[in-house]
Design a protein around this ligand. Structure first.
Ligand code: LLP
Length: 420
């Protein structure tokens, strides 16, 4: 089941505040995030694993890098999975010390490696090329290695990363040569990592990848003489997006994964990298109905958010539950497509949803939008990015101002000859 929202007098409430009031005060479209839910999600998954063994939760901040979200997770004691120097620096700005950040990049440039070495975070090396290039910059670095485990998972082909032949990671058969080389170069080797993919169903992918990594950790101990500090099983814990979809049983996941590591290895710390699990259901996207159209074979609810605001439906065919926030739980009249202002027919937020009779001015809520929502938004069609609001203790506050048209032009330079 996806999480439920309460309604009062036909209005959807977000942590006690009427969605309509938030939209009125901050404008639309707007991402509205509940602080409490982020904390609950973090504690649930951290608690499940730490019952059994030393656990490090590296929040995969690509899901949502809003500085306030990062501050909340810093306070919770989370660590970070970062994919770019920009993410690393954002986390440092939000109060994370470099030793709480593991950088896992792919096709990493020397310039980025130099930046990471300057910061002093741990680097999860993705290739032999990266290892040799890093060694030329510095070997005074804590490293782990991303292995391609031959186990793939995900909500779609675009987000499956762990299968054989993937662009991510070091091919499994190169594991021993790579660890040997890193040892000989004098690196401070801490762990082993794999990520099977993002948002897949179930938990088999996690037990499968833990088996693979546990076997490799033992091989590394026997053949390279290094006792690894941690096994990092990656992220990708799925969350429900549809009303009836089941939640991932993180209690079972934690118990099975830690049992494998404890039974089969001497490794003391498990690392997990959830992004979506921590932030997805903390946030709804509120968008205003601006236009209603009966197109003979289809009925449209035209809203002010498009794939510039939330790209997941258009890009992955992802499903997000939608509701009419100002006609909450009202009887439905017909099926509608919820579509945005972008000039492409692929611009949609929801297809064929049973909704109450729409009118201009209605407020549509798109659920489970906290992961890869704002972070993947763009200014396409020259539409400035929207605002973000945080609801804490029954109060809503702005945590990112909406961009304006000046922002569209901010970094552009018009050559002298073109100016009249
Ligand atoms: N660790 C690594 C190495 C990753 O590449 C990712 C996600 C994660 C952890 C976190 O995965 P999560 O727990 O959030 O599923 N934009 C797509 C998802 C792309 C995920 C990329 N890597 C979406 O909207 O579904």
């Amino acid at each position: 089941m996806i999480r439920e929202y309460e309604g009062k007098d036909g209005i959807m409430l977000i942590d006690g505040i009427a969605a309509t009031e938030i939209a009125e005060e901050f404008g639309t479209p707007v991402y509205v995030t509940e602080e409490k839910r982020i904390r609950e999600n973090y504690r649930r998954i951290h608690g499940a694993f730490s019952k059994y063994m030393d656990t490090r939760v590296n929040y995969a901040c690509k899901a949502n890098t809003n500085l306030s979200v990062l501050h909340i997770l810093e306070q919770e004691g989370s660590c970070i999975d970062a994919v770019s120097l920009g993410e690393v620096l954002s986390c440092i700005k939000a109060g994370f010390s470099p030793d709480r950040i593991l950088y896992t990049g792919v096709n990493v440039s020397n310039e980025e490696l130099r930046g990471l070495v300057d910061v002093g975070c741990m680097i999860n090396v993705d290739s032999e090329s990266e290892l040799e290039r890093l060694a030329k910059i510095s070997t005074d670095v804590r490293v782990s290695f991303r292995i391609t485990p031959g186990v793939a998972s995900g909500h779609g082909a675009k987000v499956m990363t762990g299968g054989k032949g993937s662009k991510f990671g070091i091919p499994i058969k190169r594991t021993i040569p790579v660890y040997t080389r890193a040892r000989d170069l004098g690196f401070d080797i801490r762990g082993i990592h794999a990520h099977t993919g993002s948002g897949g169903e179930g938990i088999d992918q996690f037990t499968d990848v833990t088996e693979v990594l546990s076997g490799l950790a033992n091989d590394i101990r026997d053949k390279v003489g290094i006792d690894l500090e941690f096994i990092d099983i990656g992220g990708g814990v799925g969350v429900p997006y549809r009303l009836q979809e089941e939640e991932t049983d993180v209690e079972e996941l934690a118990s099975l994964v830690t049992e494998i590591i404890q039974d089969e290895t001497e490794v003391k710390t498990v690392v997990i990298e959830p992004g979506r699990y921590i932030v997805a259901d903390s946030t709804v996207l509120l968008t205003r109905c601006v236009d209603v159209k009966d197109a003979e074979t289809k009925r449209y609810i035209g809203v002010d958010a498009g794939f510039n605001t939330l790209v997941r439906p258009a890009f992955y065919d992802s499903y997000h539950t939608v509701a009419m926030a100002n006609k909450f739980n009202r009887a439905c009249s017909d099926k509608y497509d919820v579509v945005g202002p972008i000039c492409e027919s692929g611009d949609y937020l929801a297809h064929d949803r049973v909704m109450p009779e729409p009118e201009e001015g209605d407020l549509v809520a798109i659920f489970t939008a906290g992961a890869y929502g704002f972070s993947m938004s763009s200014e396409y069609n020259s539409r400035p990015r929207c605002a973000e609001v945080l609801v804490s203790d029954g109060k809503a506050c702005l945590i990112r101002r909406a961009e304006d048209t000046e922002d569209l032009w901010r970094n552009q330079i018009i050559p002298e000859g073109l100016r009249q």
